[in-house]
Design a protein around this ligand. Structure first.
Ligand code: DGY
Length: 337
């Protein structure tokens, strides 16, 4: 048995992932894997660089930077990289591509789109309503003595009925958010992207507009784009200055798409009405960060996909992508490099 084991492809898993994924790896009989057996702290970089030496496969989460240093440490055996995330800004695609060009087989990359769309859309709606109807402020007032008599304008917010909702980056998640918001009697959906996406837009009857128009017209602006060099800090002073001072800004994509200094400025001066963020730079956001001082900013600790069923589905898909890749078969969800 030992001899058999030693010929199986070696895999390193950088986190104690949810049980469904681990079960698939364990029961596959296809790999021998080692695991960073904690979910509370990420594997220290030094340990990671040691552990990946000579592996055939790597299953990671978004806290691991997969860059030249790591790929060098892994060496030429590495054939498959599987990330348990839909986002892939933690992977240096440039480096992966370069190595794929040099190496006949190349490194293949799997990720986990689709299985988390519902969970992320649901959380985005929850965050939007929490922010626009000022729920965190309200519960705080209720339990700390701020609740006096019923007042006519106290804790008033902004409602979705008759509003224009703007989506920055229209993909599956943007569509799923709009589908959930439509029953709240939204008047109009608008979106911007690198180019019009008529097929997706027709599902939610959304109109394609420029980034400028998106900022100007949106009563609620939801950021749903991937973080790329083009979208880095795309939400900045320029964008916020065009938004209405009654607008609500929501980000469940990546913190890097926002210039946080500019957002602080926009929120603290009343340039915009509120912001709900599930993602920040850095993560975790230090508790003394200026954004935490604002009543009109709701900050969540990157939990958009955090439902038991979704996280298990993500771990299962990441495990299956890895196993397919190691067998030399098409992955279920493979990133084209
Ligand atoms: C992702 O998958 O990229 C999310 O940010 C975490 O689910």
């Amino acid at each position: 048995l030992q001899r058999e084991m030693s010929t199986l492809p070696r895999v390193y898993v950088t986190r104690q992932i949810p049980p469904e994924g681990l079960k698939i790896l364990r029961e596959s009989g296809q790999v021998q894997f080692e695991l960073w057996d904690s979910d509370d702290i990420p594997v220290p970089r030094k340990e990671l660089l040691q552990k990946v030496k000579g592996v055939d496969g790597l299953l990671c989460v978004l806290t691991e930077k997969i860059d030249a240093e790591l790929l060098d440490a892994a060496g030429p055996n590495l054939k498959v990289l599987s990330t348990m995330s839909v986002g892939f800004d933690h992977l240096s695609l440039e480096e992966l591509k370069k190595r794929s060009d040099q190496n006949i087989i190349g490194i293949r990359v799997g990720y986990t789109p689709e299985v988390l769309t519902d969970a992320v859309a649901e959380l985005t709606v929850a965050l939007l309503l929490t922010t626009s109807r000022r729920l965190i402020e309200a519960t705080h007032e209720a339990k700390t003595g701020g609740w006096g008599t019923w007042r006519t304008l106290w804790l008033c917010g902004h409602e979705l009925a008759n509003s224009t909702v703007g989506i920055l980056g229209l993909g599956r998640i943007g569509v799923a958010i709009a589908e959930r918001l439509a029953p709240f009697k939204v008047k109009k959906f608008i979106y911007t992207d690198l180019e019009p996406r008529p097929e997706l837009a027709s599902v939610i009857n959304a109109e394609y507009v420029s980034l400028d128009e998106l900022a100007k017209q949106s009563d609620f602006l939801a950021v749903c784009c991937a973080l790329t060099p083009e979208t880095k800090e795309i939400c900045n002073k320029d964008l916020f200055s065009k938004m209405k001072n009654t607008s609500i800004f929501i980000n469940t994509s990546r913190g890097g798409v926002v210039n946080q200094e500019d957002l602080y400025e926009a929120l603290s001066t009343g340039q915009i009405a509120g912001a709900g963020l599930d993602v920040t730079v850095p993560e975790p956001l230090p508790i003394n960060h200026q954004l935490f001082t604002l009543k009109n900013c709701v900050i969540l600790p990157h939990i958009a996909s955090a439902s038991y069923s979704t996280r298990n589905a993500m771990s299962a898909l990441a495990a299956n992508n890895l196993l397919c890749g190691l067998r030399g078969e098409a992955m279920i969800k493979e990133l084209k490099l």
